[in-house]
Design a protein around this ligand. Structure first.
Ligand code: GLN
Length: 239
């Protein structure tokens, strides 16, 4: 059986609104392709290299947990940047997405240093952007999820797509997340992957490509995933 390894960073601090479900979805859809998905939980980064990592995942957290996680991850920020530049697939959610940028400004004006892996920033406000969200993406089709963040993120990289319901990166440009090489950053909790199998398969396929493993399309039945997606689409159109 082929194998892929996911590095799950900071699971002890960053797991809001069932972000862990993303790992379960990756494991399940890998299994459907006869791939065994190994998960390495990393809460301390001292001496960690990404040599054995095929996909990395970082969930979301409150400002406090986000600051603690940033401090820990700053020990390996150069390795993380190198891996992203080399095309390693990764998924980062909300707080985990925000701290890849240069800074996070809290509602009281305190500036928290980010990992500065990519050149963007986030400014938080007291009123939060919360609720269901629907996005139209050229790469993934319709994406759905749940957002709850005070941070407004601004950048000129590629995004996951255009927000048709909800907020996304900020209150202004109706774009959601970041898509840079094979890195995906997003505000979508819920968790995102079980409802958006296209994104799960994208991460797995990119990891397989890099490792030289066959990602067999197989006849995967997506009925339940599509039904879950439809619930949010329906809710957004009946409000
Ligand atoms: N601290 C961030 C915010 O409120 C992240 C929250 C989250 O991960 N849901 O914007």
């Amino acid at each position: 059986m082929n194998e892929l390894t996911v590095y799950h960073f900071m699971p002890d601090k960053l797991n809001l609104y069932s972000d862990i479900g993303n790992i379960i979805a990756l494991r399940q859809r890998a299994k459907l392709r006869n791939i065994d998905l190994k998960v390495r939980n990393i809460n301390e980064t001292e001496g960690v290299t990404l040599d054995q990592c095929d996909i990395f995942f970082i969930g979301g957290g409150s400002d406090r947990e986000q600051a603690l996680a940033t401090k820990e991850l700053s020990k390996i920020k150069d390795k993380l940047k190198e891996a992203i530049e080399a095309g390693m697939p990764g998924l980062t959610i909300c707080g985990g997405y925000q701290f890849l940028g240069s800074k996070y400004i809290t509602p009281d004006g305190t500036e928290l240093e980010g990992l500065n892996v990519l050149d963007f920033y986030t400014e938080s406000q007291k009123d939060r952007l919360t609720g269901d969200i629907v996005i139209e993406s050229d790469t993934f089709g319709t994406i759905v999820g749940f957002e709850n963040h005070g941070g407004r993120t601004y950048h000129s990289f590629g995004t996951l797509g255009n927000v048709t319901y909800g907020y996304g990166n900020n209150d202004d440009d109706a774009k959601e997340g970041i898509h840079y090489k094979n890195l995906l950053g997003t505000y979508l909790h819920g968790p995102i992957l079980p409802k958006n199998h296209e994104i799960t398969d994208y991460l797995l396929e990119k990891a397989c490509e890099r490792k030289g493993i066959l990602f067999e399309p197989r006849n995967v039945d997506n009925t339940e995933e599509e039904a879950a997606k439809q619930v949010i689409i329906n809710r957004s159109t009946h409000k």
